[in-house]
Design a protein. Structure first.
Length: 549
């Protein structure tokens, strides 16, 4: 009996996803769990460090940016744009050759990451002074945190290649669970060690979380025949192909990191706690993007990469258009709900006793600006991956440069002159994101032609607008006449009721306007009800259904 349970568990965790939407559902649900843990983590940070130590919390968030920038440029740039497409080409020929390539790539990238981490550790103090405008003692603290968290990035590098291998073979569940374990590690560090080690507890938690993020993926990687090991072949043809594809993507990510550096630089000139408020608002803003944008783009990328190799781009366009519409279907109502319920959501997420009302209002204002670009930014992830699947990494770089220039100009104007707080930075970032979406969509259309989805997108925008109106009225009435929202339980009840009303209205208008993506949701519900049959079925590879225009 025990052996059968273990065997069934292994089969479940190692199973291939049978469709893009089911793979996205796995990733999305896992992201939701990770996001909930992330909210718990930041709630703990707000409770432990606001009310006197918010400056230390700002230093922690600022310190994370430098080692994470190196990781994003070197590792994420390699895996997202270069490794998966090249690995898939090798895997079509031989699994053994693909795994040999994976270890050669991991060794080469890991070697340079270790060298850069050592350099960062040596020059951490001047780098801290370059990034932020904190007092000298806080810059010393920031340098120590940078050195500590650089260790985590090395562990994340191994984990990133494990994720690339597993996702290339349609194993999405375990890679999607890994962020949950990362957040559990950070929560453990803060909860158990903050009273003794202060803000260092968060850095210790980051290292522990990175270790768990890697460890959870190792058994499944071994089950598909891959095990990370040193394989020094920097001139391996596959590694050279990756290196050729990496620079434009790394530069594009570098432009994103410039935006983060600007946000840190500006917020460090503002009141203590400003950078923390920016990160808290950003976390709520990123949640639906992860759930609907990143999950669907990750799930569709292997298919897009495979279909991009075919001269006839009909299936490629079908997969891409369906993914875009599905993202809009989920992300648009999420952005409306966050916009209308921003203050209750901020209070529920971060409303610790030490988190003042002024900070709540400012976080809500920043979140309001962020919410306007949730759906476009969620779709931009898929548009960028579509260009990568077509092996075009230069266009996203050009678009990223234009977006960066617009953001930096607006951020300094709105952040320091007009708003004079982090809300100005979030408004600038939102305007930049909207421009990013428009340019990315135009670039994809130039590559493959019209996707034939404009009318359906407009219908979703109209339905979302009607949903927003339906949310605002009950929120005002229930808040003023029925619920005492100064207390947590009534605030939760109010949020659930208004959110349920908005969700029901959205589904009704989707049915009324005959939005086809509603049927996909119905099909998922039916599959959930038949989960035993699904788990007992044989493995299938990802496949797509043509989208009607």
């Amino acid at each position: 009996m025990v052996n059968r349970i273990i065997s069934s568990s292994q089969e479940f965790f190692n199973r291939k996803s049978s469709s893009i939407l089911s793979a996205a559902a796995i990733i999305g649900i896992s992201y939701l769990g990770s996001a909930i843990l992330g909210l718990i983590r930041n709630h703990l940070l707000a409770a432990r460090f606001f009310g006197g130590l918010e400056a230390d919390l700002d230093v922690y968030f600022a310190a994370f940016v430098i080692p994470d920038t190196v990781f994003q440029l070197l590792v994420v740039g390699a895996v997202s744009a270069a490794f998966i497409p090249v690995y898939q080409e090798y895997f079509e020929k031989s699994a053994e050759e693909a795994h040999d390539l994976a270890n050669a790539a991991l060794t080469s990238v890991g070697f340079f990451l270790v060298i850069l981490s050592i350099v960062i550790a040596i020059f951490a103090r001047p780098l801290a002074g370059l990034l932020a405008h904190f007092p000298p003692e806080k810059l010393d603290l920031m340098a120590n945190l940078i050195r500590f968290m650089s260790v985590a990035q090395i562990l994340f590098a191994v984990s990133a290649f494990l994720t690339g291998v597993l996702q290339s073979q349609r194993r999405f569940l375990i890679p999607a669970l890994a962020p949950l374990f990362y957040n559990l590690g950070t929560i453990s560090g803060i909860f158990f060690l903050s009273s003794r080690f202060g803000i260092y507890s968060a850095a210790i938690g980051v290292v522990l979380g990175a270790l768990l993020h890697m460890a959870i993926q190792l058994p499944t990687a071994r089950s598909v025949g891959f095990w990370p090991k040193i394989n020094w072949q920097p001139k391996h043809p596959g590694v050279l192909s990756m290196i050729h594809l990496m620079p434009p993507r790394a530069l594009a990510l570098g432009l994103d990191q410039i935006e983060r550096w600007v946000a840190v630089n500006l917020s460090s000139l503002m009141a203590a706690g400003s950078l923390s408020i920016f990160n808290f608002a950003r976390q709520l803003y990123v949640l639906p993007i992860l759930l609907f944008g990143v999950s669907l783009s990750q799930a569709s990328f292997p298919s897009l990469a495979k279909e991009a190799l075919i001269e006839d781009k009909t299936r490629f366009k079908s997969t891409l258009s369906k993914s875009i519409l599905q993202i809009f279907f989920f992300a648009l109502p999420a952005s409306v709900i966050i916009l209308v319920l921003r203050i209750p959501l901020v209070r529920l997420a971060f409303g610790a006793k030490n988190f003042p009302w002024e900070a709540t209002l400012l976080t809500g204002k920043a979140l309001a600006f962020f919410s306007l670009s949730i759906a476009p930014q969620a779709v931009t992830n898929t548009l960028t991956r579509a260009l990568h699947a077509l092996k075009d990494t230069k266009t996203p770089l050009i678009i990223g440069f234009i977006t960066m220039v617009v953001f930096v100009s607006l951020a300094y104007f709105l952040g320091l002159i007009t708003e004079k707080n982090v809300a100005g930075i979030t408004l600038a970032l939102t305007l930049g994101n909207l421009l990013d979406f428009v340019l990315s969509y135009w670039a994809v259309r130039r590559k493959v032609g019209s996707l034939g989805i404009s009318v359906r997108m407009i219908k979703m925008f109209i339905v979302s607008l009607l949903t927003g109106v339906s949310l605002w009225l009950p929120l005002r009435l229930l808040d003023q006449l029925i619920f005492d929202t100064t207390r947590t339980v009534p605030l939760i009840i109010l949020t659930l009721i208004v959110g349920s009303v908005g969700f029901s209205v959205y589904l009704f208008f989707c049915w009324l306007f005959e939005i086809e993506e509603l049927q996909d949701v119905v099909n998922i519900v039916k599959k959930v009800g038949n989960w035993r049959k699904i788990l007992a079925s044989s493995d299938e590879v990802l496949e797509t259904t043509p989208t009607s225009n």
